[in-house]
Design a protein around this ligand. Structure first.
Ligand SMILES: Cc1cc2nc3c(=O)[nH]c(=O)nc-3n(C[C@H](O)[C@H](O)[C@H](O)COP(=O)(O)OP(=O)(O)OC[C@H]3O[C@@H](n4cnc5c(N)ncnc54)[C@H](O)[C@@H]3O)c2cc1C
Ligand code: FES
Length: 272
């Protein structure tokens, strides 16, 4: 797929997977794109909005991707109202995606809907017979995303669930649950995606333990082509240098965990 052109996708199925959270399986009606775990598409809903989403499932043989998203504003609300058979336009995929490690065992940590883009990574790593453990955190049991699918991929014993209110799994955050698991198992590598305060806490913990890691970050994406500068984070363009950053880059970023930017470029503090 040429990255700068929109391609039509047809909604093949739609499901409400958690509170305010939907999954759409989309069938590509053009040339099926090659997508790496952690890359993202720009979803265009004409006269409403265009915004980035990372697939929560990639099936190249069928030319399908699945998007899992929380309804936050006009764009995601309109996307959630699409029905089976409707068309949507997307361009991409963009960004670097996760780089595979040969190290093992591997810990994968998801917070809220941030668990979704990690699923294709979990699938590929488990297919390559790597020893993979997952920690999934959410505010409450009704906010947990795709935990059954993760258990099917890895086996229930490899999946730790944490909720802030204790309604499922361990009571606490995904960082609390990861800390407990890191005390028991000597992990060689960690991947993570979720709210930035969670990622920042996990990053500091992993630096202390000397464990290399990669994290998928979010910034305001407009062009997705590395041109407009809207997605800048410490001189890196998230859309082309990221959205996945290695621990060595994260360590040098002053804005990581500190502040983000609005669509107009205004600084927005990130509350811990
Ligand atoms: C690389 C990347 C991958 C993402 N993957 C997912 C995913 O798999 N699932 C998911 O639920 N969310 C994902 N997001 C966040 C998603 O893009 C926003 O939730 C979505 O844009 C909200 O749009 P809206 O029109 O509904 O909300 P709006 O009311 O327009 O905005 C609500 C908030 O969403 C964020 N947002 C809005 N537009 C953008 C934009 N163009 N770029 C970045 N952030 C924006 C801002 O924080 C904004 O304050 C991803 C973001 C990035 C950068
Ligand atoms: S969104 Fe334009 S440079 Fe990244």
């Amino acid at each position: 797929m040429d990255m700068s052109y929109y391609v039509r996708f047809k909604v093949a199925s739609k499901e409400c997977v958690a509170r305010n959270t939907y999954s759409l399986r989309l069938k590509c009606l053009g040339f099926a794109p090659r997508v790496k775990p952690g890359q993202f598409f720009m979803v265009w809903l004409p006269s409403i909005d265009e915004f980035p989403l990372s697939p929560s499932s990639i099936d190249e043989s069928k030319g399908e991707v699945r998007l899992t998203f929380v309804v936050r504003g006009d764009g995601t609300r309109a996307l959630a109202s699409r029905a089976v058979g409707d068309m949507i336009f997307m361009r991409g995929p963009y960004g670097n995606g996760f780089r595979f490690t040969s190290k093992s065992p591997i810990l994968i940590v998801g917070g809220g809907v941030g668990t979704a883009p990690l699923i294709p990574l979990v699938k590929q790593l488990s297919e390559s017979r790597r020893d993979v453990y997952v920690v999934v955190g959410a505010k409450s049991s009704s906010d947990l995303v795709h935990t059954d699918e993760l258990s099917r991929l890895l086996g229930e014993e490899k999946v730790t669930v944490a909720t802030d209110d204790g309604t499922a799994g361990v009571k606490g955050t995904s960082v609390d649950a990861s800390r407990l698991l890191l005390e028991k198992i000597r992990f060689s590598y960690v991947y993570a995606c979720g709210p930035e305060p969670m990622l920042f806490k996990l990053h500091r913990l992993l630096l202390k333990l000397g464990i290399p890691h990669q994290m998928l970050l979010e910034r305001y994406v407009k062009c997705a082509l590395g041109v407009c500068g809207s997605c800048l984070i410490d001189g890196f363009r998230l859309c082309s240098d990221g959205p996945v950053f290695s621990s060595s880059r994260l360590k040098r970023m002053k804005e990581f965990g500190t502040f983000s930017r609005t669509s107009s470029g205004e600084r927005l503090p990130i509350n811990p």
